[in-house]
Design a protein around this ligand. Sequence first.
Ligand code: ADP
Length: 329
Amino acid sequence: MARPADLELASVTKSYGGTVAVDAINLKIKAGTYCCLLGPSGCGKSSTLRMIAGHEAVSDGDIALGNEIVNKLPPAKRGTAMMFQSYALFPHLSVRDNVAFSLKMKGVGKVERSIKATEALKLVDMERYAERLPSQLSGGQQQRVALARALVTDPQILLLDEPLSALDPFLKIKVRAELKRFQRELGISFIHVTHSQEEAMALADLIVIMNNGKIEQAGTPREIFNAPATEFVARFIGGHNVMPIDGRMVSVRADRLTVTAEGGEGVAASVREVEYQGTAVYVSLATEAGLEMTAIVPERAFYQRPFETGDTVTVHWDPNDIHELSAAS
Ligand code: ADP
């Protein structure tokens, strides 16, 4: 296997004509990290990934893999590999030939191709399906073949662009767990583009949240959830109430609000909506001043004293749970 390597982006910019898609970003990803690039559509995630892969030229700045600046190298010489969606498998080629395909393009001989393809299939536990066609596999198995096809070049970093988007919700969770397991076993970094905060939270050691071509925040899922740096992050990651208090912009986690019918200390609000979510109940609230909030109340607590739409309640939060946000970047 290739030696895992650190990746560093230094002031990397991508412009398409007049559009700045990625705006002088700086990022370090240590070897062996599961990194998710997270953000809304058009924020620059794929452009960043494609520049790392070498499928898109860098307009300005440097990309270093280990001690080497790789911006000028062609994709196959960088030590990176891109995993494409499983539906990009060639339907008329066997699993083994699909996996060996990029080696064939590189001029690797038939015997060596076959050995390497079998090794890559072993890594993803698919060697016994080597002679099948993609159509004879389940969706999850096809995804593993797509992974083997990327791993056959022995990359130091694997790049994945929305790899789970074509899967149904059940398979998504299964393949997600597999990706995480393979990354741990291989010990190389995976850089995975997604617009799903749930997916990023579940997978990543490092979440990089992008907005308008810039990095809003990079941190572990817990750091980001417990201390969103900006209003954008707090809103995008979900589960937070963003509001102005005493002229400051702050956030309070939705599961840290307490809602009572008995009055007492807090803010009066009316119940707008009650949504049952199984383990918890989501209560949408509006204060008299027109501030909208959501409280996430554990199921048992809620049903000890349930509320209905239209009820007047008191919302309280501990001052220690108020988290200050910096202005939007
Ligand atoms: P994301 O992956 O976060 O959806 P992209 O990196 O695909 O974002 O796109 C970032 C911005 O760059 C968008 O405004 C998009 O329209 C623009 N863009 C992406 N690719 C091209 C291209 N090949 N030519 C021109 N503009 C592009």
